[in-house]
Each structure stands twice: as C-alpha cells, then as structure tokens.
Design a protein around this ligand. Structure first.
Ligand code: X2X
Length: 337
C-alpha cells in the first residue's frame, strides 16, 4: 500500500522512526509517481486507487513507487490541473467538465439530461465518444487520458433552504458549481446565480452560506458529509459526470513499455471496479442520508430539459462542440433536441 505524505505526518508522533524507515525503503524505487485527487478517503475512488497503487508497486517488483494523494492534499482541482500539466504531479483524476477549462471539447459528455442511464453512458465513454475526447486531450495538452473513465455518477441538487421541485426553484439560487464554462452556462440557462468554487472549499462555502446549494452524486454528498450543511436533496439526475484518469505524457514516457503496460492495465481495471462500487453506493445511499435527516424529493426531468431547450442551451453547445462531436453524442443518446 502506498502511504501518502499527510498520513505520515498525521500518524508520525510517537512512531516517527519506524514510519521514516518505511519511506527510505520506498525511496529506492526507480520511478516515483504521484497521483492526486479531490475526494475523501472513504469514497470508492480512493479505496480502488489504494489497491491499484499496491498492485502496480508489487507487479513492478518495486521499480515503481506509485503514491496516492487523496482529498485535495496537493491543492484544489485548479492547482492540481496546473501541477499535472507541468509534470509536478504525474497523474490526476478530473471531471471532463473541469478539464473543459483546458480542453473545451472534453465537456461534451456532460450535456444536461443527455445519457438516459448507464446503458448509454459506458458504451459512449468506452466507445467512439470517449475515444474522440481522449484524442482531443492528447492532441491539445501535455496530458493523456487512460481508456476507462472512472465514475462520479448522476448529479443531484442539495440546498439548505428549500427543495427544488421545478426549474422555477432554481431561479436566483446561489448554487455552487465546479470551475467549468459548461456548468456556468447550464446554471445560467436555469437563471440561477452560480458560484464557481473548487470542491476543496465546498463544505465551508455551504457552512458559511457563501453558497446556498450545490449539486453532486449521493456518494460524494455522503462521503464529504455535505448533509451536515445541507437539508434538502432533490433527485434531478441533471447530468452524468465521470473522472478521466489523466497522466502527464512526459512522466509516463519515462517508463519502459513493460512498466507502462502494468500501470495501464491496473488503472483501467481499477476504474471498472470503481464504477461498480460507485453505482452501488449511489443507488443505496438515499436511505442512509434520510436517516441522517436529509429530506428527499423526486423531480420530473422533462420540465428541466424543456427549460434548457427554451433557453437555447442545446443549440448553443451543439454549435460549440461542432457536428462531429455532437453526432457522436447523439449516436448513443438519440436526438437531444
Ligand atoms: O467538484 C465537484 O463537485 C466534484 C467532486 O463532483 C467534481 O470533481 C466534479
């Protein structure tokens, strides 16, 4: 298992010496890699990443030391994106929509109410739509994406003030959104007043009422304990979101082919397992969150979709993404407008 820096510091104290000696053994590896992410340790992203790192280190027979830095330990998403671009960080998992700040074409998988269910998501992302996006990432940045995108899930809206039942309830709402042109555009189409805030600062932004609402899948609401600072959860399923497992091309190219194969195989395999874990959690967490006091309501997707339609949202993004990408999306979702 890879041991990360903050954990070392946190667990140092009385057992500082033995911990330090573990580090000096690890430092002997030929290739040291840092992978950073924005989610709590208890999210399946991190249990699968820890397992994956251990497998990579073992299969490389100690030639690789793959370390996981969870929970924004290396900075927020904006910081980590610039670190992985420069090579200060080697690997990073990021929403395709936040990656949109660098590679606008990546945002196409986040189109609101596009994928009806996972029966459309995985064929699209593992098929031609995902391949198109990965090509754009590799062509236009210092990064590449591994083939199997990891899951975040369908996003739901939480608020501290009132349930969201219809699109009208979103008007004027101070809702936190992740840094991404696409998210801003979508919540402006809903006439909300979106606040761009990195995930690292979301809990405190909700606690101090810098924002009154946010949107995320249940697995994140629960593992980041957002239910402590939000009362209502409205099941809107307004978009599916994932995490591209990104690598810095130069860092990865330092590896000989056999070690590249070990990393690639393990990253993709862990992604598939993480998808199953996340789906199970998102499907089962409503009862837990209810028991902790959250109040749930269901919504009618068509009302929200119509609002986006009449605001010209689909027409605008169809134009921005272009015929090829939009056609690849509709190949899996059917006609969207
Ligand atoms: O920032 C978010 O809300 C999160 C955790 O879902 C993403 O990484 C997009």
């Amino acid at each position: 298992m890879s041991i990360n820096r903050r954990h070392l510091i946190a667990s140092a104290g009385a057992i500082a010496l033995p911990v330090l000696s573990i580090r000096s053994v690890q430092a002997a590896a030929e290739f040291s890699f840092k992978y950073g992410n924005n989610l709590p340790l208890s999210h399946p992203m991190n249990s699968r990443a820890a397992e994956m790192a251990a497998a990579i280190n073992a299969e490389s027979k100690g030639r690789i030391d793959f370390q996981v830095f969870p929970n924004n330990q290396l900075g927020n998403d904006t910081d980590m994106l610039s670190q992985v671009r420069s090579g200060a960080l080697d690997f990073f998992t990021l929403s395709p929509l936040i990656l949109g700040t660098l590679v606008p074409a990546a945002q196409v998988s986040g189109v609101g109410f596009a994928f009806k269910d996972y029966g459309q998501v995985w064929p699209a992302m593992d098929g031609d739509l995902g391949a198109h996006v990965r090509k754009q990432i590799a062509a236009s940045s210092s990064l590449f994406a591994f083939e199997k995108i990891w899951d975040n899930g369908y996003r739901q809206i939480t608020t501290g003030t009132k349930p969201i039942a219809t699109p009208d309830d979103l008007k004027g709402l101070k809702i936190r959104i992740p840094p991404s042109p696409f998210w801003v555009s979508m919540f402006k189409a809903f006439e909300s007043s979106p606040q761009t805030i990195n995930f690292a600062e979301v809990y405190s932004a909700l606690q101090t009422k810098v924002a009154d609402a946010q949107e995320n899948p249940l697995a994140i609401i629960a593992t980041a304990k957002l239910n402590e600072v939000q009362k209502f959860c409205s099941i809107t399923n307004h978009m599916w979101d994932g995490f591209w497992f990104l690598g810095n091309k130069k860092s990865f190219d330092r590896l000989p082919q056999d070690l590249k194969d070990i990393v690639t195989r393990n990253v993709n395999a862990a992604g598939l397992k993480q998808r199953d874990d996340v789906k199970k959690l998102n499907d089962s967490l409503q009862a837990d969150l209810k028991a902790k006091g959250m109040v749930f309501n269901n919504t009618e997707a068509e009302l929200f979709r119509n609002k986006l339609r009449s605001a010209g949202f689909y027409t605008e993004w169809h134009k921005k993404f272009g015929e090829e990408a939009w056609g690849l999306l509709e190949k899996y979702t059917g006609k969207l407008v």
